[in-house]
Design a protein around this ligand. Structure first.
Ligand SMILES: [Zn+2]
Length: 110
């Protein structure tokens, strides 16, 4: 298990999420400005946009929690092993999502 490689992958993911979070703070203030200036958005649109941005924010926070958990598993040297059966998780699966906890078999069984 290449811990250095996966630590980098996780580090990159974390940075990407933090960048999106920073951009999104700007984007939502732009929407507010537009609304007061031209009244382009209806109340429903604004509420929907807000709900979506809150949902996205919630998802980003969940991802960050998962990433932190993965860092901890790297430290404990049990990263890359399925939490259900203890088998090694397929490398490609980890590359696709370095925060996965289960192997394909256990994921499909659950
Ligand atoms: Zn498994």
């Amino acid at each position: 298990m290449d811990y250095v490689y996966f630590r980098q992958l996780l580090e990159k993911r974390k940075q990407a999420i933090e960048e999106i979070a920073a951009e999104n703070t700007d984007a939502s203030s732009v929407v507010d400005l537009d609304q007061t200036r031209v009244g382009r958005l209806t109340r429903m649109d604004a509420m929907q946009a807000q709900a979506m941005s809150m949902e996205a924010k919630r998802r980003r926070q969940q991802d960050l929690v998962k990433i932190e958990a993965a860092f901890k598993r790297i430290e404990n040297e049990d990263y890359g092993y399925c939490v259900e059966c203890g088998e090694e998780i397929n490398q490609r699966r980890l590359e696709f999502d370095p925060t996965v906890l289960r192997c394909v078999e256990c994921e499909e069984a659950s």
